[in-house]
Design a protein around this ligand. Structure first.
Ligand SMILES: [Zn+2]
Length: 124
């Protein structure tokens, strides 16, 4: 696990709140941002590199934290393509719920947006 920090630490920005290791190196642009790393002239996805380093079995690597550029091995789990589809479905479902709630209460939405803005201003 420390291997990843040793080898790629210069491209990792740890997020203290979420514990995510955010990748600051090259990333894919479609369909979602994923961390990329170049090795011996070839480009690999960090997900696959981490999977190999940890010796995990599975078709795909899943981000338990939902942050696709996170490379913290503790936030990753090997899974099947089907697991991955279920993750995506859940994400879409929660996105729909979020949008539906936002549509229901425009006043609350603008109030909370203002609050966020005010909170941010205070910290600047
Ligand atoms: Zn994470």
């Amino acid at each position: 696990m420390t291997d990843i920090m040793d080898q790629y630490g210069d491209r990792i920005s740890p997020e203290p709140n979420s514990g995510c290791w955010l990748w600051t190196g090259a990333i894919t642009s479609k369909p979602k941002p994923y961390a990329l790393v170049k090795m011996r002239g070839k480009t690999y996805r960090m997900n696959g590199v981490i999977k190999k380093l940890l010796g995990l079995q599975g078709d795909v690597m899943r981000h338990k934290c939902g942050v696709t550029i996170c490379v913290n091995p503790q936030h990753l789990a090997a899974g099947t393509q089907r697991d991955n589809m279920q993750d995506m479905t859940q994400e879409q479902r929660s996105e729909r719920v979020r949008k539906a709630n936002a549509a229901k209460t425009p006043e609350q939405k603008s109030a909370s947006a203002h609050k966020t803005w005010a909170t941010r201003r205070r910290h600047v």
